[in-house]
Design a binder for this molecule. Structure first.
Ligand SMILES: [Fe+2]
Ligand SMILES: [Fe+2]
Length: 273
C-alpha cells in the first residue's frame, strides 16, 4: 500500500485526461513532477484505463478539421497571433499525449513513466511560454479554432505501444525537429527575439522527447523479439499510412536516436517497404 505521502501516478493521469480543466491540467502536471522529485509518487496500477474516446478536452478552443481551418500568412500581426495559437495548441495536445502514454500502457518499467512525466511537465512549460507570448497579440489560448487532427494518431494507436511510440514521438514530434530551425530563422530575421528564445527552448527539449521515444521503441521492440528498424518502418506504413514528408534534419535526428538506415529510408521516397 502506498504511504500517506504517496500519490498514485495513474490517478493523477486520469484526473488530467478526463476533466477538461486547462488550468487544473497545468497545475496538476507540474505538481506531479514535484511529487516525482520528492519521491512521493508510486506506480501501482489496480484498475484498467478508460477508453481513449472518453478523454475530455476543455470547451475552448473549438476543434476543427484541418481542411476547415482558416489559412493565414505570418506577414500580419493577426497571422502571427494565429501561428502562435496553433503552436500553443500543438503543445497543449502534447501534454495530453504524454499523460495518455503513461495512463494507457500499464506494466512497463518505472523509468518509462518517469521519462514521460518529465516530458508532460516540459510540454506544460512549452504551452505556458507560448500562451504568454500570445498576449502580445492580445489573444489567449482558446480564442481561435484549433486543429482536431493531432489527437487522431493517439486514438489510432490506443492499443499498441510500439505504434504509439513510432507515430507520436518518432514521427509527429520528430517532424518538429525538421522544421523548427527554419521557423526560428524566420523570426530571427523579423527581429522577434522573444519568439526565437521560446522556439529554441522547445527545440532543445523536443530532441530529448524524440530520443526517449527512440529509446523506448527500440527497447520494447527488442523485448518483443522484433527488429526495431524493420518494425519502425512497418508501423509508419501501417499507422501513418506512408512516410512523412521531408526534408529531414539528419544531424538532429541522429542525436534523437534515429539510425542512419531509418533516415535513408525516410529520404528514399521510392522505397515502399
Ligand atoms: Fe513541446
Ligand atoms: Fe514533445
Amino acid at each position: 500500500m502506498p504511504s500517506e505521502k504517496q500519490h498514485i501516478l495513474f490517478g493523477l493521469a486520469e484526473s488530467c485526461l478526463f476533466r477538461g480543466d486547462l488550468d487544473g491540467l497545468l497545475e496538476q502536471t507540474h505538481q506531479a513532477r514535484r511529487y516525482l522529485d520528492l519521491k512521493q509518487l508510486c506506480f501501482n496500477s489496480d484498475d484498467d484505463p478508460k477508453p481513449i474516446s472518453h478523454t475530455v478536452f476543455p470547451d475552448r478552443p473549438i476543434l476543427m478539421m484541418p481542411k476547415d481551418m482558416p489559412r493565414r500568412g505570418t506577414e500580419t500581426l493577426a497571422g502571427q497571433g494565429a501561428f502562435f495559437h496553433a503552436l500553443a495548441h500543438i503543445e497543449f495536445v502534447a501534454i495530453y499525449l504524454a499523460w495518455d502514454i503513461i495512463y494507457r500502457f500499464r506494466g512497463l518499467p518505472a523509468q518509462f513513466y518517469i521519462d514521460w512525466l518529465i516530458i508532460a511537465d516540459e510540454e506544460a512549460t512549452h504551452f505556458e511560454m507560448l500562451r504568454q507570448h500570445l498576449q502580445q497579440f492580445n489573444a489567449d489560448y482558446g480564442d481561435l479554432p484549433a486543429h482536431s487532427g493531432l489527437w487522431w494518431h493517439a486514438r489510432e494507436t490506443e492499443h499498441d505501444i510500439l505504434a504509439r511510440l513510432a507515430i507520436v514521438p518518432r514521427c509527429m514530434e520528430a517532424r518538429g525537429l525538421d522544421v523548427t530551425p527554419g521557423v526560428m530563422a524566420k523570426f530571427a530575421a523579423s527581429g522577434d527575439q522573444a519568439a526565437v528564445a521560446i522556439l529554441q527552448r522547445i527545440y532543445e527539449d523536443e530532441i530529448g522527447h524524440v530520443e526517449r521515444g527512440s529509446f523506448w521503441f527500440n527497447t520494447l521492440a527488442e523485448q518483443a523479439g522484433l527488429d526495431p528498424e524493420v518494425h519502425y518502418k512497418n508501423m509508419l506504413l501501417g499507422f501513418y499510412k506512408g512516410k512523412p514528408k521531408g526534408p529531414f534534419n539528419r544531424e538532429v535526428r541522429l542525436k534523437a536516436g534515429f539510425t542512419a538506415g531509418e533516415i535513408d529510408w525516410l529520404e528514399d521516397s521510392l522505397t515502399t517497404g
